[in-house]
Design a binder for this molecule. Structure first.
Ligand code: GTR
Length: 440
């Protein structure tokens, strides 16, 4: 994604002028003790949901009053002390530097695109969903350095449309029944009928098919990292890719297929993930600029949520529970979140100037709802570079009041850690806004 920065700056001068009159995300500049009481009209935790957690004996912090003062790394400040102020300098200097920190210290290094990726439509049903959609089951075979890896994805495209259709790609981290392409089982996790009814195509693949989500090393060896354990054929070091990186790689291979499908507009693909799948959606879109929108649903620690805010799941808990999700270097930061040179607002910043939607659930304190929103707000400087607006940290929307600012959106809904039809409808509203409502 390249811009003629001079022209772009001129075009966006009006928007920028209005942004820069109010100070940009304050947390990026000054240490801030999180307010015990946020501004009226913004989201507040429901005491009925929070109090039981506060009564629990746990090393995890759920008290806003005990969030330590923290200073976030500055999105635009380069390691050499200079600050970028144009899309060109962001893309040439600070963006790659930021990406490198996430590769080296958080998710590990993803191997380059395989030298060959082959696709085979192994099943095609033109009368899926009572004739509303065409379903394709696709075998994706990646070949590189004399080795190969194969997994499957499925695609549903609405029937009776002319031209190419924008698509939502779901990274399914749950059992097949949560996102069943045959539609024998229907679950709110992937309301495919609703997506088709709104005129979008939708694709899905299972994380387990790419890299088994298991503590058992032998099981994981059956995944893509068993074939290519590290980028460039090296033996795996502390920055070798880990499971989240492998899942993100899978999302990119599905996008490779979508680029070849005549029914899909591959320039308009939103990658959607819930929880561990949400962490993956963000990392996939950060690395692969072909994704036009990234959607993080309840992604929490190592996803959208700020790590320096010690609220909900922390590095120690996540690395203990899932020691194979992040690269080995990341484990050195257990209990040392503030020493990691990046925080998650910078992962979100890597998605600028593309579409980015973050969503939370009010019972999901483990994922730190406020931390997810503050991360989005603090990614604003990267959007501002492109003349695009963002959220201010004090603008967290109240329950079920979705809000957008230019290319970024946020909502918090009632309920537990899950991906629901309510969430999907908001993601489609957002895509309608960004891509222009599709004529039926
Ligand atoms: C939890 C994990 C979270 C989140 C979640 C999920 O157990 O601690 O980071 O990823 O699983 O994927 O549902």
């Amino acid at each position: 994604m390249r811009y003629d920065c001079g022209r772009r700056w001129m075009m966006s001068f009006g928007v920028l002028a209005s942004i820069t009159t109010t100070p940009l995300p304050v947390l990026a500049q000054e240490p801030a003790k999180a307010p015990a009481q946020a501004k009226e009209g913004t989201w507040q935790p429901n005491p009925q949901l929070l109090d039981p957690l506060l009564r629990r004996k746990t090393p995890i912090n759920y008290r806003e009053s005990e969030v330590v003062a923290y200073k976030l790394p500055d999105v635009l400040l380069c390691e050499d002390g200079t600050r970028v102020s144009s899309p060109e300098a962001w893309e040439r200097k600070r963006r790659p530097e930021t990406l490198e920190l996430f590769r080296k210290l958080v998710y590990g290094r993803t191997p380059a695109k395989p030298s060959e990726v082959r696709f085979e439509v192994v099943e095609r049903d033109p009368k899926a969903m009572d004739g509303q959609a065409t379903r394709k089951r696709v075998r994706i075979t990646s070949v590189d350095a004399g080795k190969s890896f194969r997994f499957e994805a499925s695609l549903l495209v609405p029937n009776g449309k002319s031209g190419r259709t924008p698509a939502f790609l779901l990274i399914n981290n749950r059992p097949e029944s949560s996102a069943d392409p045959s539609r024998a089982e229907k679950a709110g996790f992937w309301p495919a009928e609703e997506i088709i009814a709104r005129g979008y195509a939708t694709a899905v693949f299972r994380t387990n098919d790419v890299d088994p989500d298991s503590k058992d090393e032998a099981a994981r060896a059956r995944g893509v990292r068993g074939v290519w354990p590290a980028a460039g054929g090296a033996s795996p070091g502390p920055d070798a890719w880990a499971t989240i990186g492998a899942w993100a790689w899978g999302a990119s291979r599905v996008l490779d297929y979508l680029e070849t499908d005549p029914d899909v507009d591959a320039s308009k693909v939103a990658v959607v993930g819930h929880s561990r799948g949400g962490k993956t959606a963000l990392w996939a879109a950060a690395q692969d600029e072909r994704f036009a929108i990234a959607v993080s649903n309840d992604s929490g620690c190592g996803g959208a949520a700020l790590s320096r805010r010690n609220f909900g799941e922390d590095f120690k808990a996540i690395n203990k529970g899932f020691p194979y999700w992040f690269c080995e270097n990341f484990h050195a930061f257990d209990d040392r979140e503030a020493e990691l040179p990046v925080d998650q607002h910078q992962l979100l910043a890597l998605i600028a100037p593309r579409g980015l939607y973050v969503a939370s659930a009010d019972a999901d304190f483990w994922a730190d709802q406020r931390g997810e929103f503050l991360s989005l707000a603090n990614a604003a400087p990267a959007y501002a570079i492109y003349g695009l607006p963002g959220f201010q940290p004090n603008e967290m929307p109240p329950l079920e009041s979705p809000a957008t600012r230019g290319k970024v959106g946020y909502h918090i809904r009632t309920g537990v850690h899950d991906l629901t039809p309510y969430d999907w409808q908001r993601y489609m509203d957002f895509a309608d806004q960004l891509w222009g409502k599709r004529a039926e």
